[in-house]
Design a binder for this molecule. Sequence first.
Ligand code: NAD
Ligand code: TDX
Length: 334
Amino acid sequence: MVVSNYLVTGGAGFIGTNFVRHLLAHTDARVVVLDKLTYAARAESVTSLPADRVELVHGDICDAELVNRLVGDADVVVHFAAESHNDNSLNDPSPFVQTNLVGTYQLLEAVRRHGVRYHHISTDEVYGDLELDDPDRFHEWTPYNPSSPYSSTKAGSDLLVRAWVRSFGVQATISNCSNNYGPFQHVEKFIPRQITNVIDGERPKLYGAGLNVRDWIHVDDHNAAVLRIIEAGRIGETYLIGADGEENNKTVIEAILRLMGRDPEDYVHVNDRPGHDLRYAIDSSKLRSELGWAPRYTSFEEGLAATIEWYRDNEDWWRPMKAATEAKYERTGQ
Ligand code: NAD
Ligand code: TDX
């Protein structure tokens, strides 16, 4: 399918802005970004892109009239917009219910009305967590078992998509990806928080004992998979995206400190996250065998080193968010 007009929700956030850049580099598409510009967004991440190909619309995915109009002008909708941070969802779940559930509902109603192709971005957290010694990983058929307000609202949004496909014939695909890292990620998230702490001469902050495992993937590999699914995925199908990148948090903090020329032991333990998921792990065989996707970042250390360089070179981008983020963590002893 050759698509010319994309509507990308959440395109001023981390993965969305990287996706828009991926589209500009690899397709001839024109892109409209719909973004509420919450605390997590930077408008400049979109407005700095070529104006003849990318337009930023400042608005809310819960606004039915606006969503209906923008979807009516699009060939495909790629839905990244979400409240995305677990710790925030524990402090105040309400925007998570509103944006992740009601916002997805409004998009589904609009794509249903206009018959527009829809791709839904989701997370591996919908499957709950695994034991450290479980030989199994998450598959497309793993039952949903989300733990947090964030992951449960993402799970609910995925189920809305499945129901709209079956009941109304909406032309949708879903992808559930593991933990992303790379440029333009908000400093509230684990890896950029620690990199910017080290730049600021602060010690990295590890939740609990740090044995929790995340399955890391570079954001460009995630977005290449998303484009592949839009171009060649089967309607109604779910694809898991992951790059075999399991690491525990302690190892990641030590790697960041080492790569930044600091003592790998020079970090502090802070309060653990309530209900903290132990381990995520993705089996992405379906995506690889059916659609021929493979990650390009096969060395986590190299991807991490490049990400550290990006934060060193782009202090103007992250500095305005740093103090308020740390003040928020201060209140929960994290
Ligand atoms: P992010 O928090 O960096 O960006 C979210 C964007 O959505 C922001 O630009 C924000 O302004 C926008 N937004 C929020 N509420 C909105 C609303 N009501 N209307 C319009 N725009 C709104 O998030 P991210 O990390 O880039 O995640 C993007 C998507 O990918 C989310 O759906 C998330 O669940 C999913 N995902 C993230 C990861 C990860 O590791 N970050 C992994 C798997 C899946
Ligand atoms: O300072 C910290 N110290 C720490 O040990 C922070 C911010 C986090 N952590 C731990 C908690 C997690 O085990 O690091 C791990 C990663 O934390 P986050 O970056 O908050 O990510 P996570 O909760 O795993 O969720 C992320 O991946 C899945 C994204 O935020 C979600 O949007 C995505 O769905």
